[in-house]
Write a protein that binds this ligand. Structure first.
Ligand code: FES
Length: 123
């Protein structure tokens, strides 16, 4: 049902931790499932220098949020904003049809974190 990459990120999520004093914080949720995600970012010269997340969610949501942080780390804010749900699904070698929406949660939280950062900077 799930790819090996999904299971690897579910069993050992990358960058899962609380972050003290982040430059930006974003939240997202899937009301239909009750899943909820927070992403924290540190930004240095327009690049995401550190990123972490916390989540309450299903296997697909955990793996998707983990992969979102892997894809975003080290990217410029513009490139991170361009990460799509499909990018996450592709990087995970796919998600089952019924779990495609799980890819939204990390990407939405990432975008919210970047907008939070830009709002604080007056951008
Ligand atoms: Fe709804 Fe995964 S976020 S089943």
């Amino acid at each position: 049902m799930y790819s090996e990459k999904v299971m690897a990120h579910f069993n050992a999520p990358q960058n899962v931790r609380f972050m003290l004093n982040p430059d930006g914080v974003g939240e997202s949720g899937e009301p239909g499932c009750g899943d909820h995600c927070m992403i924290f970012i540190k930004v240095s010269e327009d690049v995401i220098s550190d990123i972490s997340f916390q989540i309450f969610g299903c296997c697909g949501a955990i793996a998707s949020a983990s992969m979102t942080t892997v894809l975003a780390k080290g990217k410029t804010l513009a490139d991170a904003l361009a990460i799509t749900e499909q990018d996450v699904v592709d990087a995970l070698d796919g998600l089952p049809e019924a779990k495609q929406h799980c890819s939204n949660i990390g990407v939405s939280a990432l975008r919210a974190a970047i907008y939070d950062y830009e709002g604080k900077k007056g951008g």
